[in-house]
Design a protein around this ligand. Structure first.
Ligand SMILES: O=C(O)CCC(=O)C(=O)O
Ligand SMILES: [Fe+2]
Length: 310
């Protein structure tokens, strides 16, 4: 299936001085660019918020520039990286679970709280609530930890279509085409694609890469198809991920920072750290076409083979 995974790479210009709303076309970058001065902690105006809401409805994501302190993020990235090295040395990491493909999940620890506070202060969290059609619960706190020499992920959505949620990514390092800026397929959140239909209709031909500076924010719906890209640099690429799901009546408020006693933790992403999981992961890393074909066939039958089911 990789044969048909041709994609277009386009940058996103951060140069616009004011809110620019660009709707998706074949030739333009589709990310909204909203640079904000670090000296102005104000939230969005009503007009800005409405414009971003509309843009989000159209393309399934928006980018807000320069939200979180780059200095604090640099220190956080350093700590998370050191913790990864320490756990690796001690043999404390799981076997597989994304380690072979180079895409891990992590909990960035309670020390990442300043990033969430900045999102609140700058009105990003209010915007997320304004965008989502139903009341949202407390956030979950996570992070993608992408290793040097990681491979290209297959295109996927992060949720089953009817169980969509909101994702707020914060770039912890400058992220570009070298260390693997995420690729998004704009507007693919509007339709329920099974993997085979996604492969046949090829909406990824309008795929866009989203380079981000440390402190920039990407807001996206879990229904938007996307893929993590190879990290060809020599250092890991961490990206914070705050996720917001629909508020459920019976769930008690939990402290999202209390996970693992507030300490940094690395855990599986996509592949299970089991024998079968490692087999699948090895198959994907060494023969992505075989694996994509497997997903294609699986998605033809029954309920398997959507975005998140490997
Ligand atoms: O690393 C990235 O840019 C995205 C990773 C991703 O989409 C995932 O692991 O689900
Ligand atoms: Fe994903």
């Amino acid at each position: 299936m990789r044969r048909v995974q041709f994609f277009v790479t386009r940058g996103v210009s951060p140069s616009s001085a004011k809110l620019s709303v660009r709707l998706p076309t074949m030739t333009q970058a589709t990310a909204s660019v909203l640079p904000r001065e670090s000296s102005s902690p104000s939230a969005f105006t009503r007009d800005e918020s409405e414009a971003l809401r509309q843009l989000f409805a159209e393309q399934g994501f928006v980018v807000v520039r320069n939200v979180v302190s780059p200095e604090k993020l640099a220190a956080l990235g350093q700590r998370v990286g050191e913790e990864f090295e320490r756990q690796k040395r001690m043999g404390a990491l799981m076997a597989g679970g994304g380690l072979l493909a180079g895409h891990l999940n992590c909990f960035p620890g309670v020390e990442a709280r300043f990033a969430y506070d900045a999102l609140v202060e700058r009105g990003v969290i209010d915007l997320v609530h304004a965008i989502f059609p139903r009341p949202l619960g407390a956030p979950s706190v996570g992070c993608n930890f992408n290793l040097p020499k990681s491979v290209m992920q297959h295109y996927h959505a992060d949720s089953f279509f009817t169980e969509d949620f909101m994702i707020v990514n914060v770039a912890v390092v400058d992220t570009d085409l070298v260390n693997g800026a995420i690729e998004l397929a704009p507007a693919t959140h509007k339709k329920f694609y099974k993997y085979w239909r996604f492969a046949v209709e090829m909406p990824y031909r309008r795929g866009v890469r989203i380079p981000m500076k440390r402190g920039d924010v990407l807001i996206r719906t879990s229904n938007l198809w996307h893929r993590g890209m190879p990290n060809r640099s020599s250092v890991p690429r961490p990206m914070l991920a705050f996720t917001f799901r629909e508020k459920s009546k019976d769930s008690a408020e939990r402290d999202p920072w209390a996970l693992n006693d507030g300490k940094v933790m690395f855990y599986e992403n996509w592949y299970r750290p089991t024998r079968l999981g490692r087999l699948r992961e090895r198959t994907f890393v060494s023969a992505p076409i075989t694996y994509a074909a497997y997903r294609f066939v699986r998605s033809l039958f029954g309920t398997k083979g959507y975005g998140t089911t490997p």
